[in-house]
Design a protein around this ligand. Structure first.
Ligand code: FPP
Length: 252
């Protein structure tokens, strides 16, 4: 109930989704279909990401979360992992100042343990610089896996109980939500996945409990403002009931 109520209060059913989460998929196929190295797909994917952040701001979306690197992506060839880390560095280092000037608040979710020190420092600097911004909340999921996030939240919860900061019977959905990486950010209203795949792939499993889903065949490097607008239009046509009855008096 808590999650449903949070989401409902943050977003009128027929309005713009307050929080949009995106699984940016298809970079490799985009490149391979053009005879280009996969890394070129990721480079073009970064451009699509920049366009999407701008479009989200313009549409009045309040939070945007993107899946940039999963905890499983380390299994990719070393050269591709290295290229993704370089792109991440380039993005955070190069774009933070401009995003800050646009009043965007940057947050990074995912497990930081074991990440290169310079990347952790970049995350901390961009978060601290933009902490008080009141515009779009832009969450980058990096080394993120939802099950891992939930396990880490459970560990924090148990530790808080063991150390007397939380009573056992005070453990509820809110208590767990407050210990997730996304604490303080309303749940996503809309999850978009590109490239025609229809899976959640360990992304925001807890938070997406009441989200609407839009799957598009567009490969991520081709994604632009028009595709975001189409996804928002599809969302607006949905009847969100949170387990209750239709606001329009429907039967189901
Ligand atoms: C999925 O496509 C995409 C990724 C694993 C990386 C997403 C990265 C970007 C959009 C570039 C911006 C990067 C950062 C780090 C901010 P895929 O490679 O799985 O595509 P495929 O399924 O066609 O092989």
């Amino acid at each position: 109930m808590d999650a449903a109520n949070d989401t409902a209060s943050s977003c009128p059913d027929r309005g713009v989704p307050a929080h949009v989460a995106v699984i940016m998929d298809g970079n490799g196929r985009w490149a391979e279909s053009r005879g280009l190295p996969r890394v070129e797909g990721h480079r073009r994917g970064l451009e699509a990401l920049r366009r999407t952040v701008r479009a989200a701001e313009d549409l009045g979306i309040r939070a945007l979360t993107v899946y940039s690197f999963s905890s499983e992506n380390w299994r990719r060839p070393a050269a591709e992992v290295t290229a993704l880390l370089m792109l991440l560095r380039r993005f955070i280092r190069g774009d933070t100042v401009e995003l800050h000037a646009r009043n965007v608040r940057i947050r990074v979710i995912g497990d930081r343990a074991g990440l290169p020190e310079d990347i952790i420092a970049l995350f901390e600097e961009s978060e601290s610089l933009t902490r008080n911004n009141s515009g779009l909340v832009f969450q980058v999921a990096f080394n993120y896996g939802s099950r891992d996030e939930i396990v880490r939240a459970v560990r924090r919860t148990v530790q808080d109980v063991a150390e007397g900061r939380l009573a056992l019977d005070a453990i509820d959905e809110t208590a767990l939500s407050e210990r997730l990486d996304t604490a303080g950010i309303p749940d996503p209203d809309l999850v978009i996945r590109t490239s025609g795949e229809m899976r959640l792939s360990n992304f925001l499993l807890w938070q997406a409990a009441y989200a609407e889903f839009v799957f598009t065949p567009v490969l991520w490097p081709d994604f632009d403002r028009r595709h975001l607008e189409e996804a928002v239009a599809a969302y607006r046509g949905r009847d969100r009931r949170y387990g209750g009855l239709s606001a329009a008096g429907g039967q189901n």
